[in-house]
Design a protein around this ligand. Structure first.
Ligand SMILES: [Zn+2]
Ligand SMILES: [Zn+2]
Length: 183
């Protein structure tokens, strides 16, 4: 984190005229909630600046609300708190995602090959015969990733069934329909 980001010299810049809004200064916000979102919120140094954004946003019923900028100390504390929470949420989401698969069967990340899993020429032949279209090479990686994901799900399915072998029914369980197999 750079020093400049750690010690901002002002609270915000006006969304319209780009003049700075100082700490502890009065400023204006829009009464419309979409103009006040945490990430994309609009800040105005004056009512004329607020006026200028109204036709652009096509507000039908809106007014300017006065607000008081926080002190630098308060603002820094808020920033630090936001960063801490974001990091926490990101870490929680990541560990939950990777836990899901590992919990049951212990999916490994080590020495797992990330190679092409499909027969490229046969895939291209199929698309060509079916539609006359050609197939871009980028498709191969996307489909291989998709197959890996399916395998992971089938592995988990076999694991919950207490098996050491992944079977066709583990795939039919995670793929909704198998058009090739007659009912
Ligand atoms: Zn302004
Ligand atoms: Zn607005």
């Amino acid at each position: 984190m750079s020093v400049a980001a750690e010690t901002p010299q002002h609270f915000k810049v006006c969304s319209e005229c780009k003049r700075t809004i100082a700490f502890s200064a009065d400023y204006f916000r829009c009464s419309v909630s979409t103009c006040n979102r945490k990430r994309t919120g609009l800040y105005f140094c004056s009512v004329p600046c607020w006026d200028a954004h109204v036709p652009m946003m096509r507000h039908r019923d809106a007014w300017a609300e006065t607000a008081r900028a926080p002190t630098r100390e308060t603002y820094l504390a808020e920033l630090a708190e936001d960063r801490r929470r974001e990091t926490e949420e990101r870490e929680a989401a990541m560990s939950e995602e990777s836990e899901k698969g590992r919990r049951i069967v212990g999916l490994s990340d080590e020495g797992v090959p990330k190679e092409v899993l499909i027969v490229v020429s046969k895939l291209k032949n199929y698309v060509k015969a079916r539609s006359g279209m050609s197939t871009s090479d980028g498709v191969i990686e996307v489909l291989s990733n998709h197959l890996r994901l399916l395998c992971d799900q089938a592995i988990a399915h076999a694991g919950t069934a207490g098996r050491k072998t992944v079977m066709d029914r583990d795939f039919t369980a995670v793929v909704p329909a198998d058009p090739a197999s007659p009912e």
